[in-house]
Write a protein that binds this ligand. Sequence first.
Ligand code: NAD
Ligand code: ZN
Ligand code: ZN
Length: 352
Amino acid sequence: MADNIPKEQWAQVVEKTGGPVHYKKIPVPKPGPDEVLVNIKYSGVCHTDLHAMMGDWPLESKMPLVGGHEGAGIVVARGELVKDIKIGQKVGIKWINGSCLACPYCERSDEPLCGGALLSGYTVDGSFQQYAIGKAAHVARIPEECDLEEVAPILCAGLTVYKGLKESGARPGDTVAIVGAGGGLGSLAVQYARAMGLHSIAIDGGSEKGDLVKKLGAQTYVDFTTSKDLVADVKAASSDGLGPSAALLLAVQEKPFQQATQYVRSRGVVVCIGLPAHANISAPVFDTVVRMIQIRGSYVGNRADTSEALDFFRRGLIKVPYKTTGLSKLQDVFNLMQEGKIAGRYVVDTSK
Ligand code: NAD
Ligand code: ZN
Ligand code: ZN
């Protein structure tokens, strides 16, 4: 155990569904035998944290709740069963905080599908506090040379889009549509796509997001707020006019989920990742059959996906476009996010 672990710490606490968050002092938790205590330095703010506070999903959360699941920090204490993590090591608190490691899904490294999975910032307290608990088997091993502020968004946004691109089956040279490309997940998806040898058609709204995604490497930008025929515009943006091979749906609205099945090329794969409240996805059966369209869900990633996503970052292939503010200002970040005004990601500094 490190010296000078305080008894109390600053945290942002959701006391009731609908919010807001309350910035206050709470006790520092103690790690169990198979857990580590992480001094969180920075945490990314994911749209999932806002969904959790607003009670958007048919999945019960803990309440009161400390949200956050892109927490980058340093191990300060460990339980007696933990052997392979050192005090002072850089680790990340990600969405999957723990899993049973024994069920048929865990056996096949599909930990996100484990019925006993613990979710950081949802079913267990997450990274919007200075000291957070993670199961030692699951905390992300952050390479020592990585900067904790820059790497934080890789722990959910980076991991999730990297996994989604793998699930899309797209191959080097193929084109993918990235829907919600100017947001936290999207701005990283454009870069993972480029690093994986894919072309991308970025879809989002407004010129600030358009400028950002082009700078990050998107071939074309389609503005959903001004396009008169989005399906035609996306198809036209692919090199042969047949449409992209896959679409990664990261937007927090239902409509783009219906559009994607229309603009992907035949045999195209629609990968659902964004989780808008109360949304459904539907597609015409005839078209889906005769064009052999696949619709898939993709949910974060397992521990190997986490290491791989972090390694792309370590190699300098991914530059997270982020702004930093204090943990005390989290509600302001949520307000901007609700209005769709954040290009890239916000990171909170837990010391402020
Ligand atoms: P964000 O708010 O940063 O980004 C969403 C983006 O979608 C914004 O830039 C917004 O302008 C854009 N958008 C809105 N309507 C659009 C439309 N009609 N067409 C194109 N773009 C549109 O959010 P985020 O943090 O990137 O998260 C995105 C979603 O992904 C959330 O629902 C979140 O809960 C979900 N998520 C899922 C997983 C998973 O494992 N499946 C993991 C992390 C996040
Ligand atoms: Zn997330
Ligand atoms: Zn399991």
